[in-house]
Design a protein around this ligand. Structure first.
Ligand code: SF4
Length: 271
């Protein structure tokens, strides 16, 4: 889905070497510098992935201070907590911006639910990944097909599969567009320090013990001292705390991440 008035023509983005050089250049510089670079070079064909995570709130705040017309999008999986919908409206009012909402394909969801039921994710890791794929990954793929770059709030310390996140990457899972992760080297404390100092609005779930935000049936609060992502798909054992949005299931990126964690063979969803 292209924003009205935004050209669907793809411009040439960077190759792997150029992206790596840029990542090195910005590794030690403030996140603001990188966000400014990306907005100045790619707006309006760049958007922020906004899922309600506090990191996304920080990225949006940084970007809004640079360009008040910055684009942001959220994937409405159909299973989000009510607090997220309330929060998105708060963000809209706070910044006076519109957040683009993208949805899964209705037929794909209907087919999946017809075959496996509404709560298929509790039955197996494969079915959980299938649900994430239909409700998150495929809508994201369709949306990013009209962009040259996207900005995320990924941080290296979030989970084992994220330790190698670069600040700038060529996203081969999404057509070779740029993926920009300005908070890659931030700690959880850095994020909350920014939120407090700038009075950034955040979703109320954090005040109820949540430390990572996702779909309602797949996310729960964590205990003090527990890993922040332990509340995601908490019933699974030895499975990645990932949905495939940041490492594709079909191009192999997801399997690599999964294999790294499991240190063993993995199956593709549907195999
Ligand atoms: S987080 Fe849960 S409900 Fe949401 S898309 Fe993934 S499996 Fe489905």
């Amino acid at each position: 889905m292209a924003e009205p008035g935004v050209s669907s023509r793809r411009r040439t983005v960077l190759d792997d070497l150029e992206a790596e050089a840029l990542a090195l250049e910005y590794e030690m510089r403030p996140a603001e510098d990188l966000v400014r670079f990306v907005l100045e070079n790619y707006h309006p064909r760049v958007a922020i992935a906004f899922s309600g995570q506090v990191e996304d709130a920080v990225v949006l705040d940084i970007a809004y201070r640079i360009n008040s017309e910055v684009r942001a999008f959220i994937i409405d999986t159909g299973r989000l907590p009510q607090e997220i919908y309330e929060y998105v409206d708060i963000v809209r009012d706070h910044y006076g911006i519109k957040i683009e909402v993208i949805f899964p394909d209705e037929k794909e969801v209907a087919e999946m639910v017809y075959r496996y039921g509404f709560n298929l994710f509790y039955k197996s890791v494969d079915l959980r990944l299938l649900c994430c794929h239909i409700r998150k990954v495929r809508p994201l793929q369709r949306y990013l097909a009209n962009l040259d770059a996207w900005i995320t709030g990924l941080r290296r310390e979030q989970w084992a599969s994220r330790v190698n996140v670069r600040k700038v990457e060529v996203d081969h899972d999404h057509g070779g567009i740029l993926k920009v992760n300005p908070l890659a080297d931030w700690t959880y404390e850095d994020v909350w320090k920014y939120v407090r100092e700038r009075r950034v609005p955040y979703v109320s779930l954090y005040d109820k013990g949540y430390k990572s935000i996702g779909c309602a049936p797949c996310t729960r609060p964590v205990s003090p001292g527990e890993d922040p992502r332990a509340g995601r798909w908490w019933w699974e054992r030895d499975a990645p705390k990932e949905c495939g949005m940041h490492c594709s299931i079909y191009t192999g990126g997801f399997e690599k991440e999964l294999a790294t964690i499991l240190k063993g063979g993995v199956r593709r969803v549907g195999d």
